[in-house]
Structure formats: structure tokens, C-alpha cells
Design a binder for this molecule. Structure first.
Ligand code: C5P
Length: 405
């Protein structure tokens, strides 16, 4: 990356009230090194963590802290400041700030600036991992994304309160890199799926044994939901067939909830015709031959379940290629990942298969993180490990490439 990738850019850095505010100091230095002019606005909360004077020393401009500072307003009014900015970067973006932005609040300087600007807005969230994972925060992020807000991070790792999970502010260097015009060229693929219909399956299926028990699996649905969101942001019409999961529906996506493999199959085919099918669901391979009408009572020492194969939805979809331009499968494996994935690519007649190793710490089914490799007939791509949201963007980018190949 060139040192001056933000040369001439006027960046308004809005600092939210979280412990990661101290990293925003480094961010100012990095932004200026990259050639940007920087002005800083802080929320009241941010000022409990870092002083305005620290930012002033690093940015070379007075730090703005309130709407009600007549001296500051006299030299540059807040509307003028909102207009001055070529772009607004909010780092750290707290859960509260994201909620306010999503709902258009303007009850302090930072939120007012964000509402008054027409400049692109980038948020770098940082918070406790449970706050990040909360459906309210995820819905707010989806709203902001749908509105064109760029989201950087958060990263997974140790958090200030001694816990670990997704919630760390991305490193200042990574944030500055993501702001660069080269990174922005990635935005050019944003509408690359416009006019196309994408059907995504996600989550586990539950196969009922009796009225109270079922056979299920540990799929969280996070990857499929992230893929659906990513495809939607690139302009596709997206139908998301979701097994039983606790996840917010990505903005603009049509969601159909199902429970069993048979229901998933029916919903998938009902959603066709489509241009792209992405089978990210962990579909049960077996289902009880006949679920018991009443609760199965314990009697003998052992119990044998009579299971039959479920329909292989992905194979069936790939076999009826009518109108489909690309069929993508997933392979969660515990060993010999490449071998098994390539085997499925051929056996199921897929255009692309995305493999990841499960049963390892920090990745796979229940994690927000993943490490994936995609295979197609004469190629493969290893994705940089990271958040499922970022990997979903990378996968959609590859799908766009394969469509045009
Ligand atoms: O063979 P395996 O189950 O590992 O293949 C995984 C891929 O096949 C996933 O994309 C999954 O969504 C799909 N699949 C399916 N129907 C099944 C089993 C798997 O669509 N019954």
C-alpha cells in the first residue's frame, strides 16, 4: 500500500465512548501519515477515556466535543464541518452509536454530523462480544450496511474485560488500508449481482423423532446469513431459506423459515427459478423413517433408531440446471478437507465448493470466525481466515468472478 493513499482526503474522525478510544489516537497518526487532513469529534463517552487535547495534539486541529461550543461553532459550524468532510470514520463505533445512526438520532455532535453529511461513512465497531452478537446490534449493522455504510471489523480476540470473541476494534493500519481508494475499488463490485436472483440455504435442519426430540447439528447459520447479506449488498434479489437459527434477517433479504430437510427442499424449489444457488445449510443426512406420534418411552437398555436418507437438495438443484448459472456447495470436514471437498464438487456436479475444517478451536460451526478454501474444476482459492462477514464478502467476490469466467 502506498504511504500517501489518502492524500488530500479530508477525514472527519468521530470517536465513540469505548476503551478502544485509545487506539483512535494511533488512527489519527496513521491517517495523517497516509496523507489525510484530519479533524476529530468526540462523544461525551469518549472523553471519559481519552482527552480532547490528545487528539488535538495529534490532528493539529481543535477537537470538537459538543454542539454547544459557541467559539468552535463560530470558527466552523457543525453543518460546515459535516460538509468539509470527504468521508467520516467512526472509530470506535459503540453499540449505542450504531443504534443511534441506524435510527437517525441527532442528539449530540457526532450523531448530528453523521446525519448532516452526504460524505461516505465508515464505521469500525468495538464492543463486548455479546453486545456485538445481540440481534439488535446485528439488525442495526444490517440497516447501516443496506444504507451503504462501510463496516470494518470487529476482529475476534481478547477483549478488555477478560473475555474473548468478536468485538475488538480493527487495527489502525487495517482501518486506514480499508479507507484507501484501492480498497474502495472493491465497492465497484457492489452492484455486480444486480438483476440476478440468489437462493441461499443456511443453518441446521431438525429431524423430529417424536413430539419433543429431534436430531440436529451445531450449525449456527452465521455463514449462510452473512453470504445472503453480502449478495444482497451487491444488488442481488436474495431468498434465504433458514433452518432453526437465532439470527436477525439481513436487510432486504426475503427469509423463509423451515425446520426439516424435507421442508428445506420444498422451500428451495419453491424459490426457483433463480440464477445462483448457494447451499450453506448443514442439512441432515438421515431422518427418522416415521416420527413417533407420542413421546418415545424408555424401556430397554438400548434403542435403535430407524433412519432413512434425506433428499440431497444440493445434488437435486445441480441436476436441474434450468436457468441456474452457478451452484455453490459447502463442505464441512474434520479431515482430508481438500480431498473430500473436491470429491463432492464432482459427485454433486457443482460449479464451486467452499470447504472448511470443523471440529477445531476457533472456526467452523458455532464460531464467528472461519478459515475457508474454495475449489472449482480447475482452480482453488484460499481465503484469509477471519470474520464470517468478511469471508462472505470474499466468497461473493469469487462468485462474481466465476460467473464472468
Ligand atoms: O455431502 P455433504 O452433506 O457434506 O455436502 C454438503 C453440501 O451439500 C452442503 O452445501 C449442503 O448444504 C448440501 N446438502 C444438501 N442436502 C443434503 C445434504 C447436504 O443440500 N441432504
Amino acid at each position: 500500500m502506498a504511504d500517501d493513499n489518502l492524500k488530500g482526503q479530508r477525514v472527519l474522525l468521530c470517536v465513540g465512548g469505548g476503551i478502544a478510544a485509545y487506539k483512535a489516537l494511533e488512527l489519527v497518526r496513521r491517517l495523517r501519515e497516509a496523507g489525510a487532513q484530519v479533524q476529530v469529534a468526540m462523544t461525551a463517552g469518549a472523553q471519559h477515556f481519552v482527552t480532547p487535547l490528545s487528539f488535538q495534539a495529534l490532528s493539529g486541529s481543535p477537537t470538537r466535543t459538543t454542539l454547544w461550543d459557541s467559539a468552535a461553532e463560530a470558527s466552523m459550524g457543525h453543518i460546515e464541518l459535516a460538509r468539509w468532510a470527504d468521508r467520516i470514520l467512526i472509530a470506535p463505533a459503540t453499540a449505542d452509536l450504531l443504534a443511534k445512526l441506524a435510527h437517525g438520532f441527532a442528539d449530540d455532535l457526532v450523531t448530528t454530523l453523521c446525519l448532516a453529511t452526504t460524505a461516505p461513512i465508515t464505521v469500525a465497531p468495538a464492543m463486548n462480544h455479546r453486545m456485538w452478537g445481540h440481534p439488535a446490534t446485528q439488525a442495526n449493522i444490517a440497516t447501516l450496511r443496506a444504507r451503504g455504510v462501510q463496516v470494518i471489523g470487529p476482529e475476534d480476540g481478547p477483549l478488555a474485560e477478560g473475555e474473548s470473541g468478536p468485538g475488538r476494534l480493527s487495527e489502525p493500519g487495517a482501518i486506514v488500508a480499508a479507507l484507501s481508494p484501492q480498497a474502495e475499488s472493491a465497492v465497484a463490485i457492489d452492484q455486480a449481482l444486480k438483476g440476478l436472483k440468489v437462493v441461499v440455504s443456511a443453518g441446521p435442519t431438525y429431524e423430529d423423532l417424536d413430539p419433543v426430540r429431534y436430531l440436529g447439528n451445531r450449525s449456527s447459520g452465521k455463514m449462510g446469513f452473512a453470504v445472503a447479506d453480502s449478495a444482497r449488498r451487491r444488488g442481488a434479489e436474495v431468498v434465504l431459506i433458514a433452518g432453526p437459527v437465532h439470527l436477525a434477517t439481513p436487510a432486504g433479504v426475503k427469509r423463509v423459515d423451515v425446520r426439516s430437510a424435507a421442508q428445506m427442499r420444498e422451500a428451495v424449489f419453491a424459490a426457483f427459478p433463480a440464477d445462483i444457488y448457494i447451499g450453506a445449510a448443514a442439512v441432515a443426512d438421515y431422518t427418522p423413517r416415521a416420527p413417533a406420534a407420542n413421546k418415545i418411552k424408555k424401556s430397554n437398555e438400548s434403542l435403535a433408531l430407524d433412519l432413512v436418507r434425506t433428499p440431497d437438495i444440493l445434488s437435486e438443484v445441480a441436476a436441474q440446471t434450468q436457468g441456474l448459472k452457478l451452484v455453490v456447495g459447502f463442505a464441512a470436514e474434520t479431515e482430508n478437507v481438500a480431498g473430500y471437498a473436491r470429491g463432492k464438487l464432482v459427485a454433486k456436479h457443482l460449479d464451486l465448493i467452499v470447504a472448511n475444517r470443523v471440529g477445531v478451536a476457533d472456526g467452523g460451526f458455532e464460531s464467528d470466525q472461519n478459515a475457508m478454501t474454495a475449489y472449482w474444476q480447475d482452480g482453488e482459492r484460499v481465503f484469509n481466515p477471519g470474520a464470517k462477514t468478511r469471508l462472505a464478502d470474499d466468497l461473493i467476490e469469487l462468485i462474481v468472478e466465476r460467473l464472468n469466467a
